[in-house]
Design a protein around this ligand. Structure first.
Ligand SMILES: [Zn+2]
Ligand SMILES: [Zn+2]
Length: 282
């Protein structure tokens, strides 16, 4: 029987993601009660409200159509606008299709990003944008776990073939994490590490508590604003040559660039980036 932590078990039971653990079927009520008990009173409110809801679409909470997609109903899956167009290999921006050519966008030709490659799950607009914004408020990290699984579904083989040595989330400003009570990139990195069997180093990077938000700034302003605001946590050392950096949204790439710069300064040789949403125009 596969081993599974109590927190993950509660989450999987609640979200219909437990399909990956068929050996647990038949023991679910007992296992759920046991898991809720082991999580302790502090987590019961969070765990139990999930337990009483049946598996449902992560977007509209409607019934799931079929076993093919355990996360979204057909209509929402179609509305997500996941990447099925040619993208820049470096920054995942949409590019015109040129048969037989490895695409690089004009911005990446002009600007040298410190990261080497980016995967984006979809365009940051419409339903996907709404879900990313909802994920930022989701203290249970349920949507972050869903996105991690969608990433596996969409990018599994290509991500695995790259074989990163560690998964690292882009850090939040300290006070913002405290206000929200959650940090989706860390929750995604944590889930991906379980799914791919890779190490996640959640506290490797730190952002200055004084870092100002990037929203509303121009493209050059964003690069200026984030410069020097991310550093390696002094309690960690970096001995992973290839890092997979995880974030929720890439707009100009300034934050991932700064994070990748720090990682490479401390010895990383390659930094790949995974984001849920890529802004269509940045
Ligand atoms: Zn739906
Ligand atoms: Zn590019």
């Amino acid at each position: 029987m596969p081993t599974i932590g109590p927190r993950r078990l509660v989450r999987e039971l609640a979200c219909g993601l437990g399909r990956g653990a068929p050996a647990l079927r038949g023991r679910l009520p007992l296992a759920a009660a046991e898991a809720a008990w082991r999580l302790g009173p502090a987590a019961w409110g969070r765990g139990l409200d999930e337990l009483i809801f049946p598996p449902c679409c992560a977007a509209c909470r409607g019934a799931l159509d079929a076993a093919e997609n355990p996360y979204f109903c057909f209509a929402c899956w179609q509305a997500l606008d996941l990447v099925d167009w040619p993208v820049c290999q470096k920054c995942a921006a949409r590019v015109p299709e040129i048969p037989g050519d490895v695409a690089t966008c004009s911005r990446c030709e002009a600007q040298k990003f410190a990261f080497d490659q980016t995967w984006a799950l979809g365009a940051y607009q419409g339903l996907l944008r709404e879900l990313v914004l909802r994920m930022k408020q989701d203290r249970r990290d349920w949507l972050a776990a869903v996105w991690a699984r969608v990433a596996c579904h969409r990018l599994g083989d290509s991500c695995r073939s790259l074989a990163p040595d560690a998964i690292v989330p882009v850090p939040p400003a300290g006070w913002r994490r405290w206000l929200r009570g959650s940090h989706p990139p860390a929750a995604m990195a944590d889930e991906l590490s379980r799914l791919w069997g890779l190490e996640a180093v959640l506290g490797l990077l730190k952002k200055s508590p004084n870092a100002r938000p990037q929203q509303g700034l121009s493209r050059p302003g964003r690069f200026r604003n984030i410069r020097g605001q991310i550093r390696l946590n002094r309690n960690y050392s970096l001995d992973a040559p290839h890092i997979l950096l995880v974030d929720d949204v890439m707009t100009t790439g300034a934050t991932c660039h700064e994070a990748a710069k720090v990682l490479k300064h401390h010895g990383a040789r390659r930094v790949s980036v995974l984001v849920v949403g890529r802004t269509p125009e940045a």
